[in-house]
Design a protein around this ligand. Structure first.
Ligand SMILES: Cc1cc2nc3c(=O)[nH]c(=O)nc-3n(C[C@H](O)[C@H](O)[C@H](O)COP(=O)(O)OP(=O)(O)OC[C@H]3O[C@@H](n4cnc5c(N)ncnc54)[C@H](O)[C@@H]3O)c2cc1C
Ligand code: SF4
Length: 333
């Protein structure tokens, strides 16, 4: 099988959102949207997925950049991860997102990869990426969830036939920041909260987000509510660079002295969607960060978890991440 050259497809390069929406509507499921191509090109070169047409969004200037909006910020979906990481507004108000974007892959991938592509990318389950006919690919079994299945990267929460996890580092940070996603189609605009944007296999096993054919993610809105809160981001991977998370934590705490006024803790690579640790948040809100409260919060982190043959290590790892996040949020490193 040829893996080193691109297969043939019709390439469309619209220079306005209007033209892109016309194309997206006309081509429907046959029009593959591309931001930076860092997820898409692998699928196409490996011949594991196919398309007759690509709509390259990278020439649409209106979908790039970070701007102030309603006390918060709006980030164009075609803004690169490097720009998200280094933007002064993001850095100053939402350091959590800047740090998460800076931990994606390698500098080269962050220079080309876009925020929209990072949020809409497909799962990395290696059976699925290898082209097997599993549930997610339309077949009738899960190869990872078998006694011999290689599943150390897979889910500890929210599985339903498929045990794959979300690979996106920015998705978790944006969920913790109560962001919302702006989606356009020829029928208009809809705005979806991050918590509802990502979908698990119980909702739809064939896709990772609510985006329908004909729709384009145009921007991400981050409200001002969490600006300047105490943040903590940590990602555990097999290698320090160029690797997907085995588990990550994105935390935002509003603090008055050591008292927690409000809290968001979201775990990545634990479920098919960003996994909000609501039981941990509940334990923290209104309490001080004492050893006793932290111990209670840590033991709440794994409530409802269910492990596979090779991913039990994620439970103590999650507890340690939660402990470090609570202690470290808002503490200058
Ligand atoms: C070696 C390697 C390591 C990586 N490591 C990480 C990592 O550590 N963390 C991480 O989070 N990711 C990682 N990635 C995944 C991914 O490539 C990058 O996250 C990148 O941000 C994807 O963005 P893109 O714009 O290049 O995506 P694209 O390939 O352009 O798009 C990805 C998907 O999103 C859809 N899409 C793109 N833009 C839009 C839009 N505006 N509206 C609707 N749909 C859209 C596309 O149709 C496609 O399905 C890695 C990838 C590689 C190859
Ligand atoms: S975990 Fe999901 S994507 Fe992976 S083999 Fe099972 S069904 Fe397919």
């Amino acid at each position: 099988m040829l893996r080193d050259m691109m297969p043939r497809f019709d390439l469309y390069q619209p220079d306005s959102l209007d033209s892109a929406l016309d194309l997206a509507e006309r081509l429907g499921a046959d029009g593959w949207l591309v931001g930076g191509g860092q997820d898409s090109w692998d699928w196409l070169k490996n011949r594991t997925r196919h398309t007759g047409a690509v709509i390259d969004l990278s020439g649409i200037a209106a979908l790039k950049g970070v701007r102030e909006a309603d006390g918060g910020i709006e980030i164009g979906a075609l803004t690169t991860l490097t720009e998200v990481e280094n933007d002064p507004l993001v850095k100053e108000r939402f350091g959590l997102l800047s740090t998460a974007a800076g931990r994606v892959a390698s500098p080269q991938i962050r220079n080309a990869g876009t925020l929209g592509g990072n949020l809409c990318q497909d799962t990395r389950c290696w059976y699925y990426r290898g082209g097997v006919d599993c549930y997610r690919a339309g077949g009738n079994m899960c190869y990872a969830d078998t006694p011999q299945g290689q599943n150390r990267e897979h889910a500890i929460f929210g599985a339903s036939r498929c045990v794959a996890v979300t690979p996106s580092d920015t998705a978790n940070a944006l969920t913790a920041l109560d962001a919302s996603m702006v989606i356009h189609s020829r029928s208009g605009e809809r705005v979806v909260a991050a918590a509802d944007f990502f979908v698990g296999p119980a909702v739809n096993i064939r896709r990772m987000t609510v985006i329908e054919p004909g729709e384009i993610l145009t921007a991400v809105r981050v409200p001002g509510t969490w600006a300047g809160a105490g943040f903590y981001f940590e990602k555990i991977a097999d290698r320090a660079a160029w690797d997907f998370a085995l588990l990550s934590i994105s935390a935002a705490l509003k603090l008055e002295g050591d008292m927690v006024r409000d809290a968001r803790l979201v775990c990545g690579a634990a479920s098919c969607v960003p996994h909000r640790l609501t039981a941990v948040e509940k334990t923290l809100v209104g309490a001080s960060r004492s050893d006793e409260v932290i111990a209670k919060a840590v033991s709440a982190a794994t409530e409802g978890a269910s492990t596979l043959q090779f991913n039990q290590y994620k439970l103590p790892l999650l507890e340690n991440l939660v402990r470090r996040a609570i202690k470290g949020a808002g503490v200058a490193s």
